[in-house]
Design a protein around this ligand. Structure first.
Ligand SMILES: Nc1ncnc2c1ncn2[C@@H]1O[C@H](COP(=O)(O)OP(=O)(O)OP(=O)(O)O)[C@@H](O)[C@H]1O
Length: 526
């Protein structure tokens, strides 16, 4: 018997059910969370994890079932009730106002009338004491997703909850930030707090969690002690079958292939006091090649994506070249028309319009480039053609959903990401630039997306992947460059890259130092 099996449950759930249309997103779920445990909630994309925790936080009302808090039956009709009971939540999709500062956002949810300066001071002190430093005066709109998540975590901790629900907290954090978060969670556990932890990163579940409950298609399919499992046995439990491994076939003759994406002396002044200037960036991505960009969040990756995608134009037209054409002055549509495709970091609002159907989202992003495929002879939009293109993407990417053509916002996070990546892959772009391709995506679906990116490259496209997930970059890249403080290192062929070397560059080491570290490491191995 594990330590927590006999302990009193802080929260207990009996037969909890939620139905959307004809879909039972949660189907008679039983779950117990003991005091002072970190309990993992596992399941593939669309398994029902977010739906379950939204019912626990009062953002969704169950159709049936019961929730017990400290042994008492409770009705959690809204988040205010949850907070009063002592349930705090860190959401997967951010719920912060971009035009407000971190402190103002926190003040809004605390709702205790304290002056903003007091709240800012408290937030700063708490963030430093838990090793997740934040600047309360910073405008949220200027922060990276990793930094925004830190605000969400601190906002939750300021409410001193007994149960903290974290929905994929590390998917946007760097390894170092994630380590800090783990220390924070261990400290909270030692203070007697309970944590319900949703993550697709099975290694961290093994490292952190005392127990796990596994959901599949809305039902509980198993409980386990993650420490006694392997990452692949956990993945098998979630998916119900073996998870495929990603294969990166050798890129034949790539060194002689044409450079389809070139960045030449790219500079960008900071648009706001909080954004990072880009300093003389040079990079080329050849046909057939996958290049990864590693880096700690907030080192200019967002500014770089904006400049390369055309969300922000460059005065120096020659600083971005797609298939040999100088495109610095072209907007995103102009660059798409040359065969480029872009997947931004934020999927809701930026990658997809939340309240539009998947087929409408497809039309929105592709009308300029593929308009002819969707417009009939009389100039009318061909609903059927758009619908069937959306269905093709849904099928290829195995997007799980509750209706044939649902609104983007109703998809689970990972399923929406699969749709957005699939929508761009479907155009067979000659240049593909993706920022965080598998953020919040389960192990099986992440392997699917990564394999698709490699295949796109091997079929002759240039693929550039910006990611905070080093394992991902090592799995798919032919070369990795590191972004630090707005500067990009030279790209290292994957055969020469090591975690240590990349880690040092991410921390700001001079390339010479990283090379020395590599030489020392090689010597030690020899
Ligand atoms: N508001 C909604 N309307 C209709 N269907 C919904 C709604 N919210 C969720 N669903 C559906 O319920 C199912 C479960 O979704 P949920 O977000 O709970 O999955 P998840 O396990 O959290 O997935 P992920 O790991 O991708 O976040 C999915 O098929 C989803 O499309």
């Amino acid at each position: 018997m594990s330590l927590h099996e006999g302990a009193a449950n802080l929260l207990e759930v009996r037969g909890l059910t939620k139905i959307f249309g004809s879909l039972k997103a949660c189907d008679s779920i039983d779950l117990g969370i003991a005091k002072g445990e970190i309990h993992a909630l596992l399941g593939e994309n669309g398994a029902g994890k977010s739906t379950l925790v939204k019912m626990l936080f009062g953002s969704l009302e169950p159709h049936s079932g019961e929730i017990l808090w400290n042994g008492q039956s409770v009705r959690i009709t809204n988040p205010g009730v949850a907070k009063k009971l002592g349930i705090g939540m860190v959401f997967q999709h951010f719920s912060l106002f971009e035009a407000l500062t971190a402190a103002e956002n926190i003040a809004l949810s605390l709702d205790d009338g304290a002056p903003i300066s007091t709240i800012a001071a408290k937030a700063r002190a708490l963030s430093y004491s838990y090793g997740l430093p934040l600047d309360p005066e910073a405008l949220v709109g200027d922060l990276s997703v990793g930094e925004r998540q830190r605000i969400e975590i601190i906002r939750c901790l300021l409410q001193t909850p007994d149960l903290i629900i974290l929905d994929e907290p590390t998917s946007v954090l760097t390894p170092q930030e994630a380590d800090k978060l783990f220390e924070t969670l261990e400290r909270l556990r030692s203070e007697g707090k309970s944590i319900l932890y949703i993550s697709h990163r099975l290694e961290e579940v093994k490292r952190m969690c005392d127990r796990a409950t596994v959901l599949r298609h809305g039902k509980v399919v198993g409980h386990c002690n993650p420490r006694e499992e392997t990452a692949s046995s956990l993945a098998r439990m979630m998916v119900g079958s073996e998870v495929r491994t990603v294969e990166r076939p050798p890129a034949e003759g790539m060194n002689k292939a044409e450079s389809l994406l070139e960045i030449v002396n790219l500079n960008r002044r900071p648009a706001t006091p909080f954004s990072i200037p880009l300093k003389n960036i040079n990079l080329s991505v050849r046909a057939g090649e996958v290049v990864g960009i590693a880096g700690v969040a907030g080192n200019g990756q967002g500014e770089f994506f904006e400049a390369v995608s055309g969300e922000v134009l460059q005065q120096d037209k020659a600083s971005v070249r797609i298939r040999g054409k100088q495109v610095g002055g072209l907007d995103i549509t102009g660059r798409r028309l040359l065969g480029a495709a872009f997947v931004p970091e934020e999927r809701l609002g930026h990658g997809a319009a939340p309240r539009m159907k998947l087929s409408e989202n497809l039309l929105l992003s592709r009308h300029a480039t593929d308009g002819k495929a969707f417009v009939g002879t009389a100039g009318m939009i061909e609903g059927k053609a758009i619908y069937s293109a959306a269905q093709r993407i849904i099928e290829v990417m195995d997007v799980r959903k509750s209706a044939p053509d649902p609104e983007a916002a109703s998809l689970s996070g990972g399923n929406l990401q699969k749709f957005i990546v699939g929508r761009e892959l479907d155009r067979k772009p000659s240049v593909m630039i993706v920022n965080q391709p598998t953020w919040g995506v389960d192990a099986g679906a992440a392997a699917h997306i990564r394999q698709a990116l490699i295949e796109l490259a091997r079929n002759g496209s240039a693929v550039l992947v910006i990611s905070q997930d080093l394992d991902e970059l090592f799995e798919i890249s032919d070369a990795i460059a590191v972004m630090h403080d707005g500067e990009l290192s030279q790209k290292l062929p994957i055969a020469e890259a090591t975690y240590e070397k990349i880690g040092l560059l991410m921390g700001g080491a001079e390339p010479g130092h990283a090379a020395t570290a590599h030489a020392t490491e090689t010597a030690e191995v020899a």
